[in-house]
Design a protein around this ligand. Structure first.
Ligand code: FES
Length: 343
C-alpha cells in the first residue's frame, strides 16, 4: 500500500470508500502492527481489541448472504454486531474516545475531499489525520492515533453517508470527568489490590476485575485462581435489563455453557493478560472456531472468560455481541453442515 496519491483518479466519498475497501482484516492487522509504536500505551491494546470486536469479514459475509437474517441465526449471532448501530459508541473504552467528534469530522472531510490524498498508504493517512486533530487539541498525537484508525475502519464498514450523519456525541466517562491522565490510568491498571493484614488469616487473595474502565462502579471481586465468569456471577446487580445477553443473577459477563462450547463469554483483556492462566487446548480450538482470534500467544488479548483464571487485578472489555462464525469467514463448512453431510 505505498502507491502515490496521483495514481488515484476521480474524487469524492465513493472513491475514498473504494480505496478503503482494498483493505481486509489481515491488511488492517498489519496496519495496526505498523501503527502500534505510535499509539500511546493507554490505547495500544484497546485499539487491537476493537479491531477484533468488529471483524470486517463477518460484515461482508452477512452483506453477501442471500438471507442475512437467516445467516445470522445460523451463526448464532446475538447482540449488537453491526457497527452501523453504534457508530459513535463502539469505541467507548479507548482513551482517545474523547476526540471522536474531531476525528470523525476530519475523516469525513478527507473522505469527501475532491482531491486525491497525498498518500494511499493507510497507516500514513491515519497518522496524518491524528496529527492534525492532536495539533488542534494541543494534545499528543499518540493519544489520537488509535481512535483515528477506528474511525477509518468504521467508515469502511458503515459507508461515508452513515458515518457522516450519525450524531457524533460521546458519553462522558468517569475517566474523563475525573480528569485522570493516561499515566494515572496505566498506573491503576498495573496495581494489584493490597491484601493487608487480613491476608494473614485469609489464605485466598482477593483481586478486582474491572469490566468497564469508564465506569468506576463496574468492578467485581475475584478470589485468586477463580475463573472470570465464576467471580462475575457473585456480582448480583441487575445487568440483564441493560444487556439482555446477561443472565439474571449471573453477573455482567454474558454466559451460557461455561465449558468453552457456546462462545458467549468472550472478552477483550485491556490489561493484566499476564495475570490470567495460559490458554489451554480446548480454549485454543474453540476460540478459533468461534472466529474471535487465531493466535499462538499463550495469553492473548481475547479470551473466553469461562476458561480464564485470574491471579491478580485484570481490566476487561465485554463485547456487545457474540457468535460462532470462524468457519463462515474462512469459507469452511460449519459444524452443523458437516454433521448434516454425515447423515
Ligand atoms: S460460557 Fe460458553 S464459551 Fe464460555
Amino acid at each position: 500500500m505505498g502507491e502515490s496519491g496521483a495514481a488515484m483518479s476521480g474524487s469524492g466519498e465513493q472513491l475514498f470508500e473504494a480505496f478503503l475497501n482494498r483493505h481486509d482484516d489481515e491488511t488492517w492487522r498489519e496496519i495496526i502492527r505498523e501503527l502500534k509504536p505510535f499509539i500511546h500505551e493507554v490505547d495500544r491494546t484497546a485499539t487491537e481489541i476493537w479491531f477484533y470486536f468488529f471483524p470486517l469479514a463477518l460484515l461482508r459475509g452477512l452483506q453477501q448472504a442471500e438471507d442475512p437474517e437467516q445467516t445470522a441465526r445460523k451463526l448464532s449471532l446475538y447482540g449488537n454486531y453491526f457497527l452501523k448501530d453504534q457508530i459513535d459508541s463502539s469505541h467507548y473504552f479507548l482513551y482517545g474516545d474523547r476526540y471522536w467528534p474531531q476525528v470523525k469530522a476530519a475523516v469525513s472531510e478527507l473522505a469527501a475531499s475532491t482531491s486525491a490524498p497525498a498518500s494511499l498508504d493507510l497507516a500514513s493517512l491515519v497518522r496524518r489525520v491524528a496529527s492534525d486533530v492532536a495539533g488542534k487539541a494541543r494534545d499528543a498525537e499518540s493519544l489520537v492515533v488509535g481512535i483515528t484508525a477506528v474511525a477509518f475502519m468504521t467508515l469502511q464498514q458503515v459507508g461515508a453517508e452513515a458515518f457522516k450523519s450519525s450524531a457524533g456525541a460521546i458519553r462522558k466517562s468517569s475517566n474523563q470527568s475525573s480528569g485522570k491522565s493516561p499515566v494515572q490510568i496505566l498506573t491503576e491498571r498495573a496495581r494489584d489490590d493490597s491484601q493487608g493484614l487480613l491476608s494473614l488469616f485469609r489464605p485466598d487473595k482477593i483481586f478486582t476485575i474491572s469490566f468497564d474502565e469508564t465506569d468506576s462502579s463496574a468492578k467485581f471481586k475475584l478470589i485468586n485462581t477463580q475463573h472470570l465468569t465464576t467471580a462475575a456471577a457473585n456480582d448480583k446487580r441487575d445487568y440483564h435489563s441493560r444487556e439482555p445477553r446477561c443472565i439474571v443473577g449471573e453477573g455482567p459477563i454474558p454466559v451460557q455453557c461455561r465449558t468453552a462450547s457456546c462462545g458467549t463469554c468472550w472478552v477483550g483483556v485491556l490489561s493484566g493478560a499476564e495475570k490470567l492462566s495460559e490458554v489451554a487446548g480446548l480454549e485454543w480450538r474453540r476460540i478459533k472456531e468461534f472466529g474471535y482470534i487465531d493466535t499462538d500467544e499463550p495469553r492473548p488479548i481475547i479470551r473466553l472468560a469461562c476458561q480464564a483464571q485470574a491471579y491478580g487485578n485484570v481490566s476487561i472489555v465485554i463485547p456487545p455481541w457474540n457468535g460462532v462464525f470462524g468457519k463462515f469467514i474462512r469459507g469452511e463448512k460449519s459444524m452443523l453442515e458437516e454433521e448434516l453431510e454425515r447423515l
